[in-house]
Design a binder for this molecule. Structure first.
Ligand code: NAD
Length: 436
């Protein structure tokens, strides 16, 4: 099949590369000329495990091409994916300007039947809006389908190539047959392609993300209560996670969720509810609690140093919003850096992949260390913000001799309390006893 992907970011590049891997000819389109230039030269623009090998192979085979020209990109494409940003607008609703803008252009240039696929996360009713916008200028038949993406950054290739399920919203039999054919190689193990109407497909994505955000947030509240009540959230987590109705995943407490999806999607679903006159109370609590959770360790850090962080040097391990990605959008680490700077602390940071993005965002406000041990050299305390595997079993001898004080504020509960006590650390974590 010949397919086009408009928007070559995290979702677009993974979508394009993976569909090329299953034998399709894919043209990836973006307005960012620098990005396209880099991709054309074979330089991948995001860090995503396993993607580069597929990118390289398919680019060399001529199945994966890149352009800034919409007309060239969609030439003969049977399916045109829209993998465009849907950032929060001023009122928290998803801003559809990129999607609607491209829909308008597509209407003007489409010269053959194509299935236009909303891959972006978009509110209920967007497929109808996209269709209406294309119709203003279109001279040919087309269908607009909702096909929300459930990939997780960090394991995006696996998620895309072996999806738990594929959700496709369409009432068109013609579009359904094309989408079925396109996805067939990815669901050979028998995972379902679930067809439904467009509105239900759009709602499914927001329901999934909001549910997961709620699950994390619920566990964070339980953790906060554990601290007050003298319970250990690790035990509680194991105790409830083994109940098959609850499940083991998304039960790890921490300093809140971040990323490009959960925060904006929870907010956007709340806005959709409001538009329909529904007061979605749980979502409001989820947002409130998560905001509070992100900087939960800061008051404890201040108290540890007698209420004053002026002149203290705080090392931070982990900047990405989660491990195995360089994505720092809404990362809790950024909120903590801001809070530390406000309190007059000096901040030294290390992350295996996200430093370049942080540098772009906050420049010289912090010092960048070349390794996790360089970051802690002479630091008054260590904060852990992302659960990268290399932080899980550090060389504690090296760490102890580098730190000025043996104190760790762990936002991801990486270490066992008994181990930290044995090593002689002051150790603050989430939902567990503090070791002092
Ligand atoms: P992104 O910002 O990484 O990528 C979007 C790309 O679109 C950018 O490269 C941008 O230059 C390009 N673009 C903007 N306007 C354009 C135009 N007019 N023509 C062509 N290209 C244009 O965003 P993303 O993380 O890939 O997310 C895209 C959508 O997918 C969002 O709706 C998001 O909510 C959803 N989503 C994201 C993830 C994720 O993990 N990142 C997962 C599932 C769904």
């Amino acid at each position: 099949m010949k397919i086009a992907v408009v928007g070559t970011g995290y979702v677009g590049l993974v979508t394009g590369t993976c569909f090329a891997e299953t034998g399709n000819y894919v043209s990836c389109i973006d307005i960012d000329a620098k990005k396209i230039e880099s991709l054309r030269k074979g330089k991948i623009t995001i860090y995503e495990p396993g993607l580069e090998v597929l990118f390289e192979r398919n680019r060399k085979e001529g199945r994966l091409t890149f352009t800034t020209d919409l007309v060239e990109g969609i030439k003969d494409a049977e399916v045109i994916f829209l993998a465009l940003p849907t950032p929060p607008g001023e009122d928290g609703s998803a801003d559809l300007k990129y999607i609607i803008g491209v829909a308008e252009n597509l209407g003007k240039v489409l010269d053959h039947y194509a299935v236009i696929v909303d891959k972006s996360t978009v509110p209920v009713g967007t497929a109808e809006k996209v269709s209406a916008k294309i119709a203003e200028n279109a001279k040919v038949d087309y269908d607009v389908v909702s096909n929300p993406e459930f990939l997780r950054e960090g394991v995006a290739v696996d998620d895309f190539m072996k999806p738990d399920r594929v959700v496709i919203g369409t009432k068109s039999d013609r579009a359904k047959a094309i989408m079925e054919r396109l996805y067939a190689p990815l669901v050979r193990q028998g995972n379902p392609v679930i067809f439904m109407d467009e509105r239900s497909a759009e709602m499914t994505k927001y329901a999934a993300n909001s549910f997961l955000a709620m699950k994390i947030t619920f566990m964070n509240e339980i953790a906060n209560l554990c601290e007050l009540a003298g319970a250990d959230v690790d035990n509680v987590r194991k105790g409830i996670g083994t109940d098959s109705r609850i499940g083991k995943r998304f039960l790890f407490p921490g300093i809140g969720y971040g990323g490009s999806c959960f925060p904006k999607d929870v907010q956007a679903l709340g806005k959709t509810a409001k538009e329909y006159g529904y007061d979605f109370k749980i979502l409001k609590s989820v947002m409130f609690v998560n905001d509070r959770q992100k900087t939960k360790l800061i008051p404890q850090l201040k108290a540890h140093f007698g209420g004053d962080l002026k002149g203290k040097t705080i090392a931070i391990w982990g900047l990405a919003f989660k491990p195995h990605t360089d994505d720092i959008r809404e990362a809790p680490a950024l909120y903590n850096i801001k809070a530390l700077k406000r309190a007059g602390a000096k901040v030294v940071v290390f992350d295996p992949e996200a430093v370049a993005n942080v540098r772009k965002e906050i420049g010289k406000k912090v010092k960048y260390a070349a390794s996790q041990y360089e970051a802690v050299q002479g630091a008054d305390a260590l904060m852990i913000m992302t659960e990268w595997p290399e932080f899980r079993t550090p060389d504690f001898d090296k760490l102890s001799s580098a730190l000025k004080n043996k104190v760790i504020f762990d936002g991801r509960n990486l270490y066992e309390l008994k181990d930290m006590a044995k090593l002689g650390y002051d150790y603050y974590s989430i939902g567990r006893d503090t070791i002092k």
